[in-house]
Design a protein around this ligand. Structure first.
Ligand SMILES: [Zn+2]
Length: 458
């Protein structure tokens, strides 16, 4: 039995529904669970003790949308000023060379940055399988997550509608529907864990309305719903181009299309959800949204209706999106941007800092269907972050909730604890040599990008 005792916490922020911030309290972790919270918990001598006199302690952030492989394709000059559709068309020409090593290293880099910036549970949306070859790309992501010690919901993405069928991606990166469903089933049978403390779950995730057929949306939902807690995920209502595409091809709005193919309910979550009408919000019926502020700003996609979603009890969460549209995996910075973008759109009707912290923690847990994550209370899973608030970036701060999202140093957390294990200590990853990872990832990323530029004869 392992025990960690957080002693004398300066600010304890459990992120329960009612705003509550407690000072001078202790928290005991036994194995992977929060076993006790209270004043002056007795030291028995068999615990690892962390003096929390300078730390704010809150639940870990939950990242509900990402494309890890993009961590290897950041800041490519030729796509920087483009909106989503032309941006994608150019990048597919790099991404068609994806292999196991790129996927493994991209996952390690993205997950490493997520852990260091306060994320304890992340999903990923991997939809690129070049040349109809499933290989073991998702298996390599799961390997990376296990090595780093983060909780991981992998989504088996897919693209079946290539250029020749009226879709956006080139045909060399789309797959036939049988291969998609077979590999989806293989991954669920091999890795999906429906238990309350699962470290790995699988969800199924056709890429977007403009890259798959209606048939694959329906057969994917049918497959997922044969299993317990296998959720469904896709991009939705990200741009007005997508809306026009759906109206042209399907004669309806993107949310109406989801309703038509049975993609509505508590087991579904959508990335972005920017261009949703009042009627679309009614259609969602419990489906969740992954709000991706940086990506939406960078690709000029629009601003998500975060206040309406939150106040209408539509599950909403925060996500970094892929590292080619962000270009980072800094979860804490994303929380800050969600707060600022909400205030830009709503002004005096904006959400409070505490609301934003709740969205980033238990909001994300709800979207991913996790009952025992996202709140710090007894018998919940021990996923939490410790942040030093006794440094210059918090000087003169009069409200710690606002301080964490607005004035603090939104870069590194001091400790990150996942499932009762310390995975970041003193701001550094515990389970990987960061310098070695940087060198190896850069070498591979340089090779593949240089290869594409040579092909173009730049
Ligand atoms: Zn995305």
């Amino acid at each position: 039995m392992s025990k960690i005792l957080l002693k004398n916490i300066k600010y304890f922020i459990p992120c329960e529904e009612k705003e509550k911030i407690i000072t001078g309290i202790d928290l005991l972790i036994t194995d992977n669970v929060i076993s006790k919270i209270g004043k002056n918990i007795k030291i028995l001598g068999d615990e690892e003790i962390i003096d929390c006199g300078k730390f704010a302690v809150l639940p870990g952030f939950v990242n509900t949308h990402h494309h890890f492989y993009q961590a290897m394709f950041r800041c490519i000059r030729t796509v920087q000023e483009k909106p989503l559709f032309p941006w994608l068309v150019d990048l597919y020409e790099f991404w068609k060379y994806l292999d196991e090593e790129i996927v493994y290293l991209g996952a390690k880099v993205a997950l490493g940055e997520l852990l260091k910036t306060g994320c304890t549970l992340s999903s990923d949306h991997h939809y690129l399988f070049p040349n109809n070859n499933s290989r073991d790309l998702i298996d390599y992501q799961i390997k990376a997550a296990k090595e780093l010690g983060i909780r991981f919901h992998s989504t088996r993405g897919s693209m079946s509608r290539g250029k020749k069928d009226g879709g956006l991606p080139p045909n060399c990166v789309v797959q036939d529907e049988d291969s998609i469903l077979q590999d989806s089933k293989r991954l669920i049978d091999t890795y999906h864990d429906s238990s309350y403390d699962a470290m790995t779950r699988i969800a199924l995730a056709p890429c977007s309305p403009f890259s798959v057929s209606k048939e694959i949306m329906m057969s994917t939902a049918e497959l997922a719903r044969k299993y317990n807690k296998v959720f469904l995920h896709t991009h939705l209502a990200e741009t007005l181009d997508e809306e026009e595409y759906c109206k042209d091809i399907y004669g309806c709005r993107p949310a109406e299309l989801m309703d038509e193919v049975g993609w509505i309910g508590k087991d579904v979550w959508f990335a972005h959800g920017i261009h949703l009408s009042d009627n679309d919000l009614k259609i969602l019926k419990g489906a969740g949204i992954a709000h991706c502020p940086s990506s939406n700003m960078k690709l000029n996609s629009g601003i998500c209706r975060t206040s309406e979603l939150y106040r209408n009890n539509i599950p909403i969460s925060i996500a970094v999106d892929g590292s080619a549209s962000n270009d980072g995996s800094n979860m804490w910075e994303e929380v800050r941007r969600a707060f600022l973008l909400n205030h830009l759109k709503y002004g005096t009707e904006g959400l409070s800092a505490y609301d934003i912290l709740r969205i980033a923690t238990n909001g994300g847990a709800k979207v991913l269907g996790r009952d025992h994550i996202g709140v710090l209370k007894e018998n919940y899973l021990a996923d939490m972050i410790l942040i030093d608030v006794e440094n210059i970036s918090y000087s003169g701060c009069h409200d710690i909730a606002y301080g964490l999202v607005s004035c603090g140093n939104t870069s590194l957390v001091d400790y990150n604890i996942v499932n009762g294990k310390i995975v970041v200590k003193d701001g550094k990853l515990v389970n990987v040599d960061e310098k070695e990872l940087f060198k190896r990832a850069n070498k591979k990323a340089d090779e593949i990008v240089a290869f594409r530029y040579n092909e173009l004869k730049y």
